[in-house]
Design a protein around this ligand. Structure first.
Ligand code: 5AD
Ligand code: SF4
Length: 439
């Protein structure tokens, strides 16, 4: 059997980062990474379990690939952890099942499976963070903008969420390891770092000291600020719990910290927040937003919202709408509640019918459209600093990059601009993208 591997990623940025790390370690172990399914011998689906639909999609894909007996499928990531050996029933041709914390073992497992064509391997045991895997990048393809994972797992128990089950308790990488990784990237041309964690601002909590009132997360941001050739710092996703004064001050003190925050709200009703076991109330959320806007008036604020959580009445939903109208998020992901096995909310059932969920979803999507349009229009006619990340997917001579607020801009450019921060005049916009001209 040849050793050509294709990795398809579902789910969040953490999964994207882990697929990237896996490509790097597989490449080091003699596997060839291909960018299309057809030319691969081994297809790994790095899966997500956050909603039932995400799992159904990956199972469907796996069964489709399974029709071709010459290809070999592995299911890895969150769904592997969540479903374990029941995957063999749903997708009988699957030969490899590995949870998100054991990915560093995949080269070894693939070697064994290639040698023994009748074997299957499953590893969903707990693993401690593997230092080498956490920092693995393809040395030949270091990008301008790179994700850096700083922790694994989650200690919160949000009633709807499967992540504590799939990714286990919080584990933190050491600050030294993270800084070494960022320095290594900076030395190879990376300009922008996005720190990743399930609750990124919980980094080091209870394990590393606060110094001078600064949490370990803020200390980490400060250390990255000091690395000369890094020009921009972002992070995903923080939790309103632990979003304290030191982090708000960081937006004023750290010149490289980009004016954008993705702060998941989930609901604007205190009753639903309590039922969701979210540890804050709407007023606390609003005061974080107010403090951020006071520090950086132009800050872009995006969020996640779940509609149709068990017990969500019209009044509860209205409170979410009111909060949305108050904050005017310029971007938001709206999700319809999906009951997940093993979560606290599972026993509450799925009380809100699809029709109501869909209706609430549509109402909020309209609001997202309205506020993102207003925000985007306010940017048209201005000049923005854009970090040129590469060629745009479509259009000859078109390049793309992001503004500090994390808005995507497409413009005519040249290859030599990649990796530079340039001034772009914003000529127009669609819902999610801006069109610009280099000046
Ligand atoms: N149903 C619907 N949405 C969910 N999310 C997490 N769990 C569920 C669920 N069971 C959403 C939350 C989270 C985002 C990543 O996915 O809004 O912030
Ligand atoms: Fe999906 Fe959550 Fe796992 Fe990311 S951590 S892949 S969002 S279940």
């Amino acid at each position: 059997m040849e050793k050509r591997v294709y990795i398809r990623t579902y789910g969040c940025q953490m999964n994207e980062r882990e697929s990237e790390g896996l490509r790097a370690v597989l490449g080091d172990c003699g596997y060839e990474i291909v960018s299309d399914e057809q030319s691969a011998d081994i297809i790994l689906l790095n899966t997500c379990s956050i909603r039932e639909q995400a799992e159904a999609k990956a199972i469907g894909k796996s069964n489709l690939i399974g029709k071709n007996r010459e290809k070999f499928v592995g299911i890895i990531g969150c769904m592997a952890q969540n479903l374990g050996e029941t995957i063999y029933k749903k997708s009988p041709h699957t030969r490899l099942i590995v949870g998100p914390n054991g990915l560093e073992k995949i080269p070894e497992y693939l070697d064994q499976l290639i040698r023994n064509p009748d074997r299957r391997i499953m590893d969903i045991a707990p693993h401690v963070i593997d230092k080498r895997f956490a920092a693995a990048h393809d040395t030949k393809k270091v990008k301008t903008s790179v994700f850096v994972s700083i922790m694994q797992g989650c200690n919160m128990r949000c009633a709807y969420c499967i992540v504590p089950k799939t990714r286990g308790p919080e584990q933190y990488r050491s600050m030294e390891d993270i800084i070494d990784e960022v320095r290594w990237l900076a030395g190879r041309g990376t300009q922008e770092i996005t720190l990743l964690g399930q609750i990124v601002n919980h980094y080091g909590m209870g394990k590393m000291p606060s110094i001078g009132g600064k949490s370990p997360f803020v200390q980490l941001l400060e250390k990255i600020q000091d690395i000369d050739s890094i020009r921009r710092i972002r992070f995903m996703s923080p939790h309103p719990d632990g979003f304290k004064g030191d982090l708000i001050d960081a937006y004023g003190n750290l010149s490289k910290l980009c004016p954008h925050v993705h702060l998941p709200l989930q609901s604007g009703s205190d009753k639903i927040l309590r039922a969701m076991k979210r540890s804050y109330k709407r007023e606390q959320f609003l005061s974080i937003v107010a403090a951020l806007r006071e520090k950086v008036p132009t800050i872009s604020i995006s969020t996640d919202i779940i509609v149709g959580f068990p017990g969500e009445t019209e009044e509860d939903f209205q409170m979410t709408c009111d909060l949305f109208d108050g904050v005017k998020f310029d971007m938001a992901f709206i999700f319809k509640y999906s009951p997940r096995p093993g979560t606290v909310a599972e026993r509450l059932g799925d009380q809100i019918c699809q029709e109501i969920k869909e209706k609430r979803n549509q109402i909020l999507l309209k609001k997202v459209e309205q506020y993102s349009k207003a925000y985007n229009e306010s940017m048209v006619g201005t000049v923005k600093e854009v970090l040129v990340e590469g060629r745009a997917r479509r259009g000859t001579g078109q390049f793309e990059g992001h503004t500090p607020e994390h808005k995507k801009v497409i413009f005519k450019g040249t290859e030599d601009r990649i990796g530079q921060i340039i001034d772009v005049y914003i000529e127009g916009s669609t819902i999610s993208t801006f069109l610009g001209k280099i000046i």
